[in-house]
Write a protein that binds this ligand. Structure first.
Ligand SMILES: C[S@@+](CC[C@H](N)C(=O)[O-])C[C@H]1O[C@@H](n2cnc3c(N)ncnc32)[C@H](O)[C@@H]1O
Length: 282
């Protein structure tokens, strides 16, 4: 457990992941009925971009740093507004000094009837997350293995909602754990929305991952690929992907508006592409 998200918070991959997260939450909010967000790898929730860790990599400057004061056409701006409002809520004086992680973004968008389960295994990070949400009766922070929680906490009693699975990919076998975790979760709760994050670094692993997902028989799998540079010779994060299971019918169209706008800002070297592909349909 060496991975520390503080080095990467607010980078291009966080931006894309968190924009997708906000679009899923905005869809869930279209009905009054309560929903639950289960964040299986939640991190610490709030990141100080002036910290030693964030300054060391400067990754946020290639992500939220490029977005915060950018202008977008009206349709992309409307779709990005919930995300940017969540970021601005931590930065009332303007600019971006603090960045919200996935549990804070989810919590920012939730209504009074909605609930959040935030799971984090690293004891120090879990303690920080508990402190962040202390006294918040809508949020339950658990120091647990997110992969185990995927079984035990599904289906949620609300029977509506979203599971974000955002592992650190610091150990071999993380792609296999993602497929296995999704298969177990989907058996317990086939109607839930799942969003799985993955790095675009090792192309062969991604091909095998997609093949395993196709073979799982799980329907309605939308794969989002977002590259910021062509494949590097040395392993490096050339892009990020997300697989959304049971995506709202609105998601594909929204992403076709928002991803090109993000790509224009965040891609660093050509050729780099973004794409949306159905790994499985209905
Ligand atoms: C990529 S970060 C999460 C970032 C967060 N989801 C966000 O978007 O702001 C991955 C987190 O998973 C935690 N972690 C690693 N293994 C875990 C496990 N088995 N169960 C739960 N959390 C784990 C790490 O400590 C780290 O904080």
């Amino acid at each position: 457990m060496n991975y520390r998200h503080a080095y990467h918070a607010g980078n291009f991959a966080d931006v894309v992941k968190h924009v997708v997260l906000t679009r899923l939450l905005e869809y869930l909010k279209q009905k009054d009925k309560a929903f639950r967000v289960i964040d299986t790898h939640a991190g610490i929730g709030r990141y100080d971009l002036s910290s030693v860790e964030a300054q060391k990599t400067g990754e946020w400057q290639g992500g939220i740093g490029r977005l915060i004061d950018a202008s977008f056409d009206a349709s992309a701006a409307a779709l990005l507004a919930p995300y940017l409002e969540a970021v601005r809520s931590l930065n009332p004086d303007g600019g971006v000094k603090r960045y919200p992680g996935s549990p804070l973004i989810a919590r920012h968008l939730m209504r009074k009837q909605d609930r959040l389960s935030a799971i984090e295994l690293h004891p120090k990070d879990a303690a920080r997350l508990k402190a962040e949400f202390g006294g918040d009766f809508q949020t339950r922070v658990m120091e647990l293995d997110g992969w185990l929680a995927l079984g035990a906490h599904l289906p949620p009693k609300e029977k509506r909602g979203l599971v974000l699975i955002d592992p650190p990919f610091e150990e071999a076998g993380e792609f296999d754990r993602l497929v296995d975790g999704l298969e177990r979760a989907h058996k317990r709760w086939p109607g839930g929305i799942y969003a799985l994050w993955y790095p675009i670094k090792d192309r062969r692993a991604i091909i095998a991952f997609r093949k395993a997902l196709r073979q799982s028989g799980i329907p309605k799998l939308l794969d989002i690929e977002f590259e910021i540079r062509p494949p590097s010779t040395e392993p490096s994060l050339d892009g990020s992907g997300m697989v959304v299971v049971n995506p709202p019918f609105t998601l594909e169209g929204e992403l076709r508006t928002v991803l090109p706008a993000l790509h224009r800002l965040l891609a660093v070297e050509k050729p780099a592409h973004w794409s949306l592909d159905w790994l499985a349909g209905e």
